[in-house]
Write a new protein. Structure first.
Length: 327
């Protein structure tokens, strides 16, 4: 079977704030995607390779010359989109003033945070590419370290949240708890005060530096990327409670993480899962949450011990249930 060559190439251009450079196309009915936000780029010229196409298009459209352009993915534009065929997507980094670029076609260039994408009228496959790229980027130390170094943090852990957790989990002193994606350790320290032996696991060394600023006895801290596998030193079937608080939406392979948690838990262990629910969050925050159907799918092979709402978040206590397809 012959693989069709990309008929065009576009660029995901990202700055140090994690924003994406978008191009507002002219509202002419004879062009593809009139009046929509998209990525800089265009069609191949003659026998150009996709790499040659994107270099030429960025230069011609906006006077941009990026040395670090790399192929990211190839998508298919369907006939219903106004054009059809494969489009090569490249990714590159640039920090600069969008208004200062010499735009030669289209209406304007603007930087947008990925959380703004759902609010824009965008080329569908371009919006999907930004969501995919930003989600993967959001679970790297290079992304999270500057955020924590600026003093930003997640929603505080309240007394009401911990009271609800305790009423369902019935903690006992000496039980083992592992907080996956612990951030600066707010939840891990709360668990420690309940009597758990806690290990806080976090990809960001900057976050754990904040956690260690409290000199009082507390959890053990471990720098580890949970996407690469279970934390070192924690045996399978040895954990009483695993927590995933405001983490799961940033993980591309969520089922794999749920299975990692299952493998670490004792048979009667508990998983505490907290996630924003897309149907309840503001439009510009939807990329940080899961839909009701996505939550249902993740929990399909787990038994629900407790479930409650916390503003736009769902809090669930789950026990490993029977895997589908097993006796």
């Amino acid at each position: 079977m012959t693989v069709e060559e990309p008929h065009g190439a576009v660029a995901l251009i990202v700055n140090s704030q994690g924003e994406y450079l978008l191009h507002l196309r002219d509202n002419f009915p004879h062009i593809a995607f009139p009046g929509m936000w998209s990525l800089l780029g265009g069609c191949r010229d003659g026998d150009e390779t996709p790499e040659q196409t994107i270099v030429r298009e960025l230069d011609e459209e906006a006077g941009l010359r990026l040395a670090d352009l790399k192929h990211y993915t190839t998508v298919t534009s369907t006939p219903s989109d106004g054009e059809s065929g494969p489009v090569a997507i490249f990714v590159g980094h640039w920090d600069g003033d969008a208004d200062a670029l010499p735009l030669s076609e289209g209406v304007m260039l603007r930087w947008f945070a990925p959380t703004m994408v759902p609010r824009l009228v965008m080329v569908p496959w371009a919006a999907q590419a930004i969501t995919q790229h930003s989600t993967a980027l959001a679970h790297t130390a290079a992304y999270w370290d500057p955020i924590y170094e600026e003093g930003k943090d997640w929603r505080p852990v309240t007394d009401a949240e911990m009271a609800a957790f305790a009423s369902h989990a019935e903690p006992r002193p000496g039980q083992c708890a592992v907080d996956l994606g612990c951030g600066t350790g707010r939840l891990a320290r709360r668990l420690h005060t309940m009597g758990y032996r806690v290990t806080g696991v976090e990809i960001s060394a900057a976050a754990l530096a904040k956690a260690r600023e409290d000199p009082s006895p507390g959890p053990t801290w471990l720098v580890h990327d949970i996407q690469t596998g279970p934390p070192p030193g924690i045996a399978p079937g040895s954990v009483d409670v695993i927590t995933l608080r405001l983490v799961i939406a940033f993980i591309p392979d969520r089922p794999a993480l749920m299975e990692q948690a299952r493998a670490l838990l004792r048979p009667e262990g508990l998983l505490y899962l907290v996630t924003p629910v897309v149907e309840r969050v503001p439009a510009d925050r939807r990329p940080i949450g899961l839909t009701g159907e996505e939550i249902k799918d993740l929990c399909r092979t787990w038994d629900t011990v407790g479930r409650w709402e916390m503003d736009w978040n769902d809090c669930l206590l789950l026990r490993p249930g029977r895997r589908q397809g097993r006796p």
